[in-house]
Design a protein around this ligand. Sequence first.
Ligand code: SAM
Length: 365
Amino acid sequence: MTSTAPKLPPLPVLRALDRVRDLLGGLYRRLVPGHIALLELQIAGFLSQAISAAADLGIADELDAGPRTASQLARALDVDEEGLRRLMRLLVSYQVFGQRRDGAYTLTRMGTALRSDAEVTLRDVARFFGSPFHRSHWSHLSDAVRTGEAVGPAIDGASFFEYAATHREIGDLFDRAMSSVGTLSIEPLLAAYDFGRFDALVDVGGGQGNLLAEILRRHPAAHGTVFDLPGVVDDLTAELAEAGLAARCTVESGSFFEEVPAGADAYLLKHIVHDWSDERAEQILRTVRRAMAPSATLLLIELVLPEHDRPHPGKFIDLEMLVNTDGGHERTETQFRDLLARSGFTLTRTVPTAAPDCVLEAVAH
Ligand SMILES: C[S@@+](CC[C@H](N)C(=O)[O-])C[C@H]1O[C@@H](n2cnc3c(N)ncnc32)[C@H](O)[C@@H]1O
C-alpha cells in the first residue's frame, strides 16, 4: 500500500499560482513570434520522453544514494556515458535533476518524484506514458480525431482494458501508474471532503485500493470494500492484510456493468466515469444505484472541465480518453449533472480540492 502525498499549499494559494503561471505563459506566447512559440510547444514532447527515459533507466534511484558524476552514473546504470550526459543536459536545464559545480548530478524536488520509493512516486507514470505502447497510440491522435474512436482496437486488436487484462506487463504498469496518480490526490481529497461520516464504503473500480485504505486508516470505525476486475485485485487482499486492514477492508471482483457490492453508505467512483461514453457511464451508475440503499451517497471523483480557455489538466486527459477509451471523455459540471440525472441521481454539490480532482456528491432520486 502506498502512503499519502505530502501536504499541498492551501487551495487559494494554488489557484493564485495557477493564474500567475497561465498569465506569464500566455503573455510570453503572445509576445514571441508565433512559429517560435509553436515550436517550443511541439518539442516539449521530447522533454516528456526524456523524463520517461530517466524513469526507465532508474536515474533517480541511483542519485538517491548521493551525487554522481556522469561516468559513475553511466557505470552504475550500464549506459553510454555520452548519451547519458546529453539526456541529463536537457533534464538539468528544467530542474528535473541538478548539477553541482564539479559536474556531479544531484536529485532535485522534481527528480525525487522519479524515485521508485518516493512518498509520491511518478516513476511508473513516466514509464507508462513514455512506453512504446502508449506512444504508439498517441501517434494516432489524428485518426482518433477523424473517427472519434479509440485507436487501440486497430493497433492491438482489443480495447484498452481487454488488452491490459491479457498483457499483464502493460496492465501491471498501468495499474501502478494509476495508483501513483491516485496517491497524488488522496491528501487533497481527504482535506476537502469528510469521508469519516460514512460507516461503510465501496470503492468501485478501486484499483489498488489506495484511497479507501487511507480513508479507513484515518477513520478506525469505518469499513469498506475494494471492487474491481478479477485480474486487478488478485493480490490486494494480501496487501491490505500487510497494511493492517484485513479486518476492515474486503476485496470483491466482478464487473461494474453487472453488479457491485450492495448495502454500503457511500460508493466512491474515482476516475471511472471519465473512461466511458455517456451511455456506458449511465449503465455503471445504474448498476451502482441498484446496489445502494436509498439513503446512500454516490461520490464521483473526477477532473471537472472548467468553462475557461486557460490550460487545465482535464484538457490533456480528455485527449487521453479520446485516444485510449471507447467513448470516454472528461466532463464539465453541467455534463456531470445531466449524466447523473439521466442515471437516477441528483448532484448535491461539487467540492473542489487542491488537486485537479473534484468530489461530485450525489444522491438517488
Ligand atoms: C482509471 S482506473 C481508476 C482506478 C482507481 N479508482 C484510482 O483512481 O486509482 C479505472 C479502473 O476501473 C477498473 N475497471 C475497468 N473496467 C471495469 C469493470 N468492468 N468492472 C470493474 N472495474 C473495472 C480498472 O481495472 C481500473 O482499476
